[in-house]
Design a protein around this ligand. Structure first.
Ligand code: ZN
Length: 192
């Protein structure tokens, strides 16, 4: 099944979209050894210190990238999520920022400035990381929110947090329809 915007894409974009849609998993060799590294993100989040959280995220993504043979992105953790009429921005991926692309995630909700739940936060981090992998691993020239993309995100999540299941709200994504799909040189903005 394709999203509605598929029919507004150019023929080459539709080709990339279909490629993206067909890849449904990202197998990480020896992922079980990384579960503790993923849990360390939650421990840092509980302490509420952005630099410690960024360090834990960086450690996790570096280890995953090492196993996938790709260069890791830079990770930036900021405080309250930006919000507007379109909802809350959970994460960004900018492939043109930093040596190998930059992920930005927010650790607090916009409305009440509460620290984001660990599973939701990890899901957002892995979502942005999947945008990075679209370029760095899959060599796609565009990163679309296809059904295959979300399956890859779930595949990573389940490997790194096997017993967790889906976090609440993970499937109730909104914002993607109102935030335009972007080209390789433009930031990918992701609201959930
Ligand atoms: Zn996204």
């Amino acid at each position: 099944m394709v999203h509605r915007y598929y029919h507004q894409l150019s023929p080459w974009q539709q080709r990339v979209y279909r490629q993206s849609d067909q890849i449904t998993a990202v197998p990480v060799p020896g992922a079980t050894a990384l579960v503790e590294v993923a849990l360390a993100v939650g421990q840092a989040l509980a302490r509420g210190e952005p630099r410690a959280i960024a360090l834990a995220c960086d450690q996790l993504l570096r280890r995953v990238c090492g196993r996938l043979g790709v260069t890791p992105p830079t990770v930036t953790v900021l405080a309250e999520r930006p919000a507007g009429y379109w909802g809350e921005l959970h994460g960004l991926y900018n492939p043109g920022q930093g040596p190998h692309g930059t992920i930005t995630v927010w650790m607090r909700t916009a409305k009440r400035s509460r620290v984001v739940a660990f599973r939701t936060f990890l899901r957002t981090l892995l979502h942005e990381f999947c945008h990075h992998l679209d370029f760095a691993l899959l060599r796609l020239s565009y990163s679309f929110h296809t059904t295959g993309f979300y399956k890859r995100e779930s595949s990573l999540y389940q490997q790194l947090l096997p017993a967790a299941g889906a976090p609440s709200g993970a499937t109730a994504r909104r914002g993607h329809a109102s935030i335009p799909e972007t080209t390789v040189n433009v930031t990918v903005a992701c609201g959930n």
